[in-house]
Write a new protein. Structure first.
Length: 143
């Protein structure tokens, strides 16, 4: 029994080290993720998303918000996990827009570890052995 406990503890320590060891930064295309079947199915057509700096004109700003999401990346490619977590972050921004009476989110940019990366073409995702993460920041507006 004692041997089994020691093996279990050792295995957990090794796995936790592996999980924290990889933090690969990827830039993936926004258009590919937005055109996926999951995005078409889950995103509300009444809320528009505009990526990059000064991305759209609007009537009223309702606040800037950050959606920092993580997902289980175990047994998934980095691309698959990152697309999934990107969509999760967009849904969080969408839900915030709806709750505040907005109909768009503008100036959306990657905000991983509070490091802003503005792009109309790519989003930043960090992938590890067991977790992947995307942080998006944008301003909820009424167009």
């Amino acid at each position: 029994m004692k041997t089994r406990s020691m093996i279990l503890i050792f295995t957990m320590l090794v796995l936790s080290t592996v999980a924290q060891a990889r933090d690969t930064k990827h830039l993936f295309p926004i258009a590919e993720a937005m055109n996926s079947a999951a995005a078409q199915e889950q995103l509300n057509k009444n809320v528009k998303f505009y990526f990059g700096k000064n991305s759209a004109k609007y009537q009223k700003a309702m606040g800037t918000h950050t959606a920092n999401r993580k997902t289980n990346a175990f047994n998934k490619s980095d691309d698959e996990a990152c697309r999934w977590v990107f969509l999760s972050a967009l849904i969080a921004l969408q839900d915030r827009a709806i709750a505040e009476g907005g109909n768009a989110v503008v100036d959306i940019h990657s905000y991983y570890k509070k490091d802003a990366m503005y792009s109309a073409e790519s989003y930043e995702c960090h992938a590890g052995a067991f977790m992947s993460g995307v942080a998006l920041r944008g301003t909820v507006v009424k167009k």
